[in-house]
Design a protein around this ligand. Structure first.
Ligand code: NDP
Length: 400
């Protein structure tokens, strides 16, 4: 049917590219373009011969609009799937605009020198994308991503209005290291060391990092401590889900992870302020990333399951009701299938599905849109088909 260009060749891209190649009916060509060409070539060599999808590779600096534009013009994909880092969202969107190509990502833009993620920079492109007749689909990972699709699905099929959403992200996996992050360490640590916040009655309520803790008993995982974080989908869901009064996001962390993080913070290792070291400027957090285990190497070691989903409270025919939609994913099963653990898997599969929605024209809405603005039904069907089946509980335990 068409060609996708995947930018980035890390943990998430590895899964998305494998899934595109398994879906060669839709993706008859994939161009893997990233900073380190050897990684793209190695993945191509591994997949070629096992798929009908034709694979090409390219080296690109995704921070450089001219380079990206030239590459997109040469390769002519219908969709660009951005699986590099959030810092490159705007340059890739610019190149998509210049070439009239649809755009998909999984994380919202963050300036490299400020640990603050907001949609305002990407939403500013709405009119330009609309005029160009192309679609930018923002946040097509799991959270953001599937959590937005679950919200749109709950609203469409179960509620007249949704008043409360709690998004619960539980990773019950154990990789055996005292401290490692499950996706890009720099992005992950920026996210969890920032202040927390939630949306209530039309405004943000800010908390200290890890200030709000709850314990929840997750299906197929068990009881875990979880902490309230700021998370990007809160911002778009607050706008796109009518009747919403409060949205919170909780993520589970073990004691060892938090103790290491506190210690690293206390000694200044999580700082993004550049320092001079032996005459060279370095960013402590980037140095820390270099010494931590590579998330891509956690696959074979990680055992256990993830459980990510949303608990909704709202009204149907004037009566209050609850609904929990969630997915459980097994780290070892993911590894057997794609060579990656469940965190990359649960992001890479929806990234492929988002690209498929645009490639097939199933979703076609020129402009810049968050995922919950589209019809959730075909996406929910595709989740079942492509390895992330969901479960529904109409009498869930609520989070106080
Ligand atoms: P990785 O660090 O494993 O991969 C990032 C890839 O981008 C690497 O291949 C890297 O190249 C490449 N890259 C970085 N900078 C550039 C550049 N300037 N030009 C070209 N390529 C570049 O990250 P992950 O795979 O873990 O994460 C990918 C994205 O997914 C991130 O944006 C992350 O925030 C997001 N994510 C979203 C989730 C969700 O549920 N929505 C959950 C988890 C992650 P090189 O190989 O040379 O380092």
């Amino acid at each position: 049917m068409g060609k996708v260009m995947v930018i980035g060749c890390g943990g998430v891209a590895g899964v998305a590219i494998r899934k595109c190649c398994a879906n060669s009916r839709v993706f008859d060509e994939v161009c893997i373009a990233s900073r380190t060409l050897s990684k793209c070539d190695a993945l191509k060599a591994e997949l070629e011969g096992k798929t009908k999808t034709r694979i090409t590779t390219a080296q690109v600096d995704a921070g450089n609009v001219a380079e990206l534009t030239a590459l997109i013009e040469r390769e002519k994909p219908q969709v660009v799937l951005n699986l590099a880092l959030p810092y490159q969202d705007l340059t890739i969107m610019e190149a998509c605009l210049a070439t009239g190509t649809h755009y998909v990502d999984t994380a919202n833009y963050e300036p490299e020198d400020t640990a603050k993620f907001e949609y305002k920079w990407q939403w500013a492109y709405r009119e330009k994308f609309e005029k160009a007749g192309i679609t930018a689909l923002l946040g097509s990972g799991f959270d953001p991503g599937v959590t937005g699709v679950f919200s749109a699905y709950a609203l469409k099929h179960y509620f007249d209005e949704i008043n409360y959403i709690d998004i619960l992200d539980c990773n019950g996996g154990d990789h055996g290291y005292p401290f490692a992050t499950n996706f890009n360490p720099e992005i992950n640590i920026r996210e969890v060391s920032a202040k927390g916040s939630y949306w209530e009655d039309g405004h943000w309520v800010e908390t200290e990092p890890m200030e709000i803790k709850r314990v929840y008993n997750f299906a197929e995982v068990g009881e875990k401590d979880m902490y309230l974080l700021h998370h990007e989908e809160l911002e778009s869901l607050a706008l796109n889900i009518p009747g919403i009064k409060r949205i919170r996001f909780f993520m589970t962390f073990g004691e060892s992870y938090l103790t290491h993080l506190k210690c690293l913070e206390n000694v200044g290792m999580t700082s993004i302020e550049p320092i001079l070291y032996e005459g060279k400027e370095i960013v402590p957090l980037q140095f820390l990333k270099a010494v931590l285990p590579d998330p891509a190497a956690l696959g074979p070691r990680t055992k256990g399951k993830t459980n990510i989903g949303c608990i909704f409270t709202g009204k149907k025919n004037g009566k209050e009701q609850h609904l929990y939609i969630y997915n459980v994913c097994d780290h070892q099963e993911c590894y057997k299938e794609t060579g990656s653990q469940a965190v990359s898997y649960t992001t890479g599969v929806p990234a492929m599905i988002g690209a498929m929605m645009l490639m097939t024209g199933t979703w076609n809405k020129p402009g810049v849109h968050n995922i919950e603005e589209f019809d959730p039904d075909p996406f929910m069907e595709a989740l079942k088909e492509w390895g992330l089946p969901y479960q529904i509980n109409e009498t869930p335990c609520l989070v106080e």
